[in-house]
Design a protein around this ligand. Sequence first.
Ligand code: SF4
Ligand code: SF4
Length: 75
Amino acid sequence: MTEEKKKKYPVIDAKTCAGCSVCVENCPINCLAIEAPKYHGDITTIVYLANPEACLGCGICAKICPIRAITIVEA
Ligand code: SF4
Ligand code: SF4
């Protein structure tokens, strides 16, 4: 039996994110990505977790976001 370990990962608030790319540039393992805005109803996606498997859950992206659009959650 393997011990289940909770993984932390960032959730980006698409409504708040200004698309400045500071988080993308400061992720130590480049697992965030920025794209041209995609519109899903009233939600616009700009930054997304491109490589969730690689994400360390370190929280650097959440700390560095100037408008606190990123929250670290546990899955
Ligand atoms: S939690 Fe760390 S590893 Fe994961 S996206 Fe943010 S900066 Fe990158
Ligand atoms: S640092 Fe914050 S505002 Fe800038 S792109 Fe990342 S989530 Fe969006």
